[in-house]
Design a protein around this ligand. Structure first.
Ligand code: SAH
Length: 466
């Protein structure tokens, strides 16, 4: 080796900071950024698409790559579309609005394939086309808007990327339309009664955030106003304005968050009017949703995802199932009707309370919910000799703990269903399972988060001797 390696190391970096260049974009990175090369040197360009020729200004250079700011598109990609949202360039929420929806889905399929090949070293696994939405807009059932002052004027909207400047928002195309009305009412309320809004720097003021939850099927609406302390002047007027503006509203809650933190919600809730929860349905099941409880944010695609989980679990009614990382028990309850028994395991005690309540609400009795870390509880179940035919896992972004995977291997279920929000950790865990008597039969990405780079994936895994 020697020579070739050395010449590479000593190679001069062909780009300089603050200079302009023309370049071709060849690929798209995991964050939706365009990637190309200038004299063989990798340059990342946010907002540029594969197949485009662009002019960039180099804004940062490291030893092995640089960042370019997109100045001009010389030759646009046929997949480029005009983002419908006026905030698309500044809001960090949607990274792919400038890419046609069909191409977004292809990009997500490719992301999953790449992760499985590069990280998982898995060859020949069938990755199906990403299941997209017929109408990939207005799909979110939960919104949270920071409230503050910008140059002395009220701002309700979103934080600009990498900063805490609030940008005013009139509409958001991935949120339910009712939010526009909610924001408009809060603007009127705050301005009419001069309600102090939160100042992050001095930790002063009252209203910090507005949060909404919408039941897409039930059409129920919860509005949560997050305040810095218990004080909220003119509560009655706020309730009257919300009820008058949105007569169908079900729940108005004040959430107290006096901490100096980026976490949006505090632990204490006071119901100002109506129910202290809303109910929504996925398929035939009803779920109670409280201000603090986790619920999948895209209800339309959740039904598709859970339908796939049911298909991959291939239940006949006889099986014992473990649902690890079960949240408020949604997948557990979805599977329970088709299984003999389901055990749900989840670390957040409140979520387990909700899961139990949801089981009661739906009259489901063959479920048991256990609070604790999956990597502690499930090895214990394995040691006690518990057998399960199917194990479902739906971990957070960091994937499954090694101890959990080892316990699953010990339990040796016939089938494993892996639901993942991060292709990289999914690939890592599938590699381990496939080195230990399991075979990955099929991988199905589901587009839970249109217009963003996020992708949800579900994998069908079977014990090799089946
Ligand atoms: N399956 C549920 C929730 C998935 S989100 C649904 O579809 O709605 C992942 C869940 O894993 C969260 O509820 C989170 O609280 C939980 N969690 C995170 N780390 C965990 C751990 N180590 N053990 C058990 N649960 C965990």
């Amino acid at each position: 080796m020697g020579k070739a390696e050395n010449s590479k190391v000593n190679q001069e970096i062909p780009v300089k900071k603050n200079e302009d260049y023309e370049m071709n974009i060849e690929n798209m990175g995991v964050n939706g950024e365009g990637i190309g090369r200038i004299d063989g040197f990798t340059v990342f360009v946010e907002g540029a698409l594969p197949g485009e020729r662009v002019k960039v200004k180099i804004v940062k250079v490291t030893k092995s790559f640089a960042y370019g700011k997109l100045l001009k598109i010389i030759q646009a990609s046929g997949d480029r579309v005009e983002p419908p949202c006026p905030h698309a360039k500044r809001c960090g929420g949607c990274q792919l609005q400038h890419l046609s929806y069909e191409s977004q889905l292809k990009f997500k399929t490719q992301l999953v394939k790449d992760a499985l090949e590069r990280i998982g070293k898995l060859e020949g696994v069938v990755v199906k086309d990403t299941l997209g939405m017929e109408h990939p807009w207005k799909y979110r059932n939960k919104a949270q808007y920071p409230v503050g002052l910008v140059k002395g004027k009220l701002a309700i909207g979103f934080f600009a990327p990498r900063s805490h400047d609030i940008i005013n928002l009139e509409q958001c195309d991935i949120q339910h339309g009712i939010n526009e009305k909610v924001i408009e009412i809060f603007r009127r309320f705050i301005n009419t009664y001069n309600i102090p809004v939160y100042d992050e720097v001095n930790h002063k003021g009252i209203i910090r955030h507005i949060l909404t939850k919408v039941g897409f099927k039930s059409r129920q609406l919860m509005v949560v106003v997050v305040t810095n302390g218990f004080e909220l002047p003119r509560k009655k007027e706020l309730v009257d304005m919300l009820r008058k503006g949105i007569p169908s509203i079900n729940s108005i809650v004040q959430n107290i968050n006096s901490a100096k933190t980026n976490v949006i919600l505090g632990e204490k809730n006071i119901t100002l009017w109506g129910q202290d929860y809303i109910v929504d349905a996925i398929g035939e099941l009803k779920f109670k949703i409280s201000p603090l409880s986790f619920f999948q944010i895209n209800p339309v695609q959740t039904e598709i995802l859970y339908g796939k989980a049911l298909e991959y679990a291939a239940l006949t009614g006889q099986e014992r199932v473990i649902d690890a990382y079960c949240g408020i028990g949604t997948i557990s309850l979805f599977l329970a009707k088709h299984a003999s028994k389901v055990y749900g395991v989840e670390v957040v005690p409140q979520a387990i309370e909700d899961a139990k309540e949801n089981a009661r609400l739906n009259g489901i009795e063959n479920v048991e919910f256990i609070t604790g870390e999956a990597e502690e509880v499930i090895p214990r179940m394995a040691r006690l000799g518990l057998k399960a035919d199917v194990v479902v896992v739906d971990p957070p972004r960091k994937g499954c703990d090694q101890k959990l995977l080892d316990a699953v291997l010990e339990i040796a279920p016939k089938r494993i269903v892996y639901v993942s929000c991060n292709p990289a950790t999914l690939a890592r865990d599938l590699k381990y399972l496939s080195e230990n008597q399991y075979q990955v039969l099929e991988v199905q990405p589901v587009d839970m988060f249109p217009q963003t780079v996020h992708v949800e994936t579900i994998a069908r895994i079977q014990r090799a001797d089946f």
